[in-house]
Structure formats: structure tokens, C-alpha cells
Ligand binder design. Structure first.
Ligand SMILES: [Zn+2]
Length: 344
């Protein structure tokens, strides 16, 4: 089993240009942009042009995301999204995968609200599937939502009837400003596992949405999912945070902080962690380069996520264990639930 990391890219064209140039200089063993998730509805023509060129040249596998996240933030209504997305997908038929429009439940939603959003997502995803151009149907990926087993089974039951090859799971919890980084409640992880197991039984692959702090890659792998996407490498860099393979993020730009989310790290500790994780790249050789330049942190972080995935894809479970055991307290315990499952 291999796990594919989809780098979430919704950046401005100037960022695409910098990422491409800096990544070239880093000379990674495996291209971290081999898989890209992007949101065509909210991308400029120029930025989308970069994605298309990456698909042709690198070549990157491209997944179009539905922008359900923008509904969640209140930037667009769900029904408005449906029509715009359908037109967008009809116009751009070159992607490798198409996420169907989902109405993402919030952690703060009541059970009744979650139930309504689950029903709505299933109803409109199936309708959307019928209205998609036939040539795109085999590339469609509907999204499973829900907190309960019956909600998840309800989604899968309807999606499997469509004959899709992929399903997504998107209900990992949305608490806090920094929700892309670290939120994964135990029940959500169990639900992700359930989706991957049922889907696999029918020969369908599972993609886990919007979760991708490097420390969680072990959890993701252990669910049996075939893919996940993450924007944390980019966003975290903007907050001054640095990733390392299978480790939690630390703030490199200042060293004393009372905030747990923004816990700082000394250069000495960072260097020690680099040895433990066996990470090294051109952008983390010197403190002032990593701490002083956001785009250098972006590339360093991207490489760190990619290396986290490589460790599992190469079945280096002992190496993973060694890193987790020397990492933050939280994962010293949690990884014990993931690694035995990763082996089976
Ligand atoms: Zn580095």
C-alpha cells in the first residue's frame, strides 16, 4: 500500500513561480508536487496555468477540490457553489480527479445540523454526478461526512452505487483558527478508518481531506487511506513554523511563547531534531535562512511532509518509531496506536 501526498496549492502566481524555482534548487529525491490539490473556482487563470503546466511537465497528478471550505467560511452559499462548480468542471476537463460539492459540517454544529448537511451533501453530490460530463464521471470523488457510523454508512451506500473509484473523508473537526494543522479527534480517526475499510472492501480508494501536520502522517497511513492533502506546509511557514518529518511544528522565528500552538524551538534543538529525523535540505542549513525567509520555510516544510510519507511508503516503521519516541509528548503515546496498524 502506498500513500500519496497531495500538496494543496491555492497560492498566487508569484508564489507558484517561487515554489517552482526554489524546489528545483533543493533537488528532492521524490517530487513533492507529484500530486497537487487545487481549487479551480477560486484560482486566477494564471495560477491555474501553472497547475496545468505542472501536470504536463513534472508530471503532477491534479485533483480539483470543490471549495467546500469556502462554504464553511461563509464566502459562498452551498447552492451557489454547486452551479459555479459544475460550470467550472465542464470548462476544465483536464484534471485527474474531481471532488464533488460537499456541505462541510462544523465542529460547533448540533447533531441535527450535521445530519442535515450529510443528507444535503449526499443528495447534491449524486445529482452533481449525474450532471457532470460523462467523460469526467470516472474521475469523480464524492465526500463522506458525518460523526456517527450510520451517517458514514449512509454516504458510502449512495456513493458506491454511483460506481466511483474514489471517496473522500472530510469530517476531521474544524475547531480553532489553526484547524488545518493538528485537529484529529479520536472519534474522527475511527470514522476515517471505517470509511477506508468499507471503501476498500468495494475496491474504492479513500482520500483524507485537509489534515497534514507531519506528525499525523503515521495516523493517516494507519487508516488505510490511499491519499491525503495538506496545506500546512505553506500556511505554517507563514506563521513562522517549521516542520520536520513525523514531528509536530515549532516556531523558529521566536523562541519564547506561552502559546502551545506556537511553541518555539531553539536552533540547537532544531538541529538535534534534524539528526533524529535525518532531514537535511538547502533551506535549513542556516538559522537566518530558515527563520528569515518565508518561502524558504515553505519549501523546507514541503520536503518534510514528503519525507514523512516516504518513511511509511518505504515501510521504515522502526525509523518512524524512533522519531515518534523522541518527539513531543503527545505523539510519544499516540503513535503506539498507529504503528502496529501500519504494519498489518
Ligand atoms: Zn530542511
Amino acid at each position: 500500500m502506498t500513500l500519496d501526498f497531495f500538496a494543496s496549492m491555492t497560492a498566487a502566481p508569484s508564489d507558484f513561480r517561487k515554489i517552482e524555482a526554489l524546489l528545483k534548487d533543493a533537488k528532492p529525491k521524490h517530487d513533492p508536487l507529484a500530486h497537487i490539490l487545487t481549487t479551480p473556482l477560486f484560482m486566477s487563470k494564471e495560477a491555474l496555468g501553472f497547475v496545468r503546466r505542472f501536470q504536463e511537465e513534472r508530471p503532477s497528478e491534479v485533483c480539483f477540490d470543490s471549495a467546500g471550505y469556502y462554504v464553511q467560511m461563509g464566502k459562498i452559499g452551498y447552492h451557489e457553489l454547486y452551479m459555479k462548480l459544475l460550470n467550472c468542471y465542464r470548462m476544465h476537463r483536464w484534471a485527474d480527479r474531481y471532488v464533488l460539492p460537499d456541505n462541510v459540517p462544523l465542529s460547533s454544529d448540533s447533531h441535527k445540523q450535521v445530519e442535515e448537511k450529510v443528507r444535503e451533501t449526499v443528495h447534491y453530490s449524486c445529482l452533481f454526478f449525474q450532471e457532470m460530463p460523462d467523460e469526467l464521471k470516472e474521475r469523480a470523488m464524492p465526500v463522506v461526512h458525518g460523526r456517527t457510523r450510520s451517517q458514514i454508512e449512509y454516504c458510502l451506500e449512495h456513493y458506491l452505487k454511483l460506481g466511483v473509484k474514489w471517496v473522500g473523508f472530510g469530517s476531521f473537526g474544524t475547531a480553532g483558527k489553526n484547524n488545518e494543522a493538528n485537529m484529529a479527534t479520536a472519534s474522527a480517526v475511527e470514522n476515517a478508518r471505517l470509511v477506508a475499510q468499507i471503501a476498500a472492501h468495494y475496491g474504492v480508494k479513500t482520500h483524507l481531506f485537509g489534515i497534514g501536520a507531519p506528525a499525523l502522517v503515521g495516523m493517516i497511513y494507519s487508516t488505510g487511506a490511499a491519499a491525503f492533502d495538506s496545506a500546512s506546509w505553506f500556511k505554517a511557514a507563514g506563521f513562522g513554523q517549521v516542520h520536520l518529518p513525523l514531528m509536530r511544528s515549532y516556531n523558529i522565528t521566536y523562541q519564547n511563547s506561552s502559546s502551545e500552538l506556537q511553541q518555539g524551538i531553539t536552533w540547537e534543538d532544531f538541529t538535534r531534531f534534524k539528526h533524529i529525523t535525518n532531514h537535511s535540505c538547502t533551506y535549513c542549513q542556516e538559522y537566518h535562512i530558515l527563520a528569515g525567509h518565508k518561502m524558504h520555510r515553505v519549501i523546507h516544510n514541503l520536503l518534510a511532509v514528503n519525507e514523512s510519507v516516504d518513511i511509511f511508503n518505504q515501510e521504515q516503521f522502526e525509523r518512524a518509531r524512533t522519531i515518534y519516541e523522541q518527539g513531543s509528548l503527545k505523539y510519544r503515546e499516540e503513535h503506539k496506536q498507529w504503528l502496529p496498524l501500519a504494519k498489518s
